[in-house]
Design a protein around this ligand. Sequence first.
Ligand SMILES: [Zn+2]
Length: 171
Amino acid sequence: MRLRHYCGFCGGPLGALTGSKQVCAACGEACYHNAKPCAAVIILDRAGRVLLGRRAIEPALGLWDLPGGFCHPDETPEACAVREVMEETGCTIRIERFLDHLIDVYGSGGDHTLNAVFTARIITGEPTPADDVAELRWYDLTALPPVEQLAFANTRRALAALQTAAGRNQG
Ligand SMILES: [Zn+2]
């Protein structure tokens, strides 16, 4: 977690971290270090393969990630999931179910993220990489990229949870 030096409201000096906040010495506003809400989407095809995108930007440039991103201030994680998938793949999705909430850190020394993970199906469109995604590829759950090529801890955990659920369904 990165501490802040200056108040975002008045530019005054922020005090030490107490609990999860720093208070401005000048105006008294608090800077809260909440996790930033994000959505991540496990898009599955009829064959049970998952769609991964190779990141075109830092952090984790060149590594494989689930489509998704940061929620806008007025957005639910579900709406964020639909918007991000449209931006990154050009596809419309239907969310099937909520899988889990995963806490992570965005990049080295970055802010905490609260990742709402959903499973979804494509309704319209052919996946075409755009925005901060360089390449899109369907992966069989038994032949995912090696973990060191997955972008974030929450990517690895979401895919592991999916593999566990798929194994349960087969057994
Ligand atoms: Zn202030």
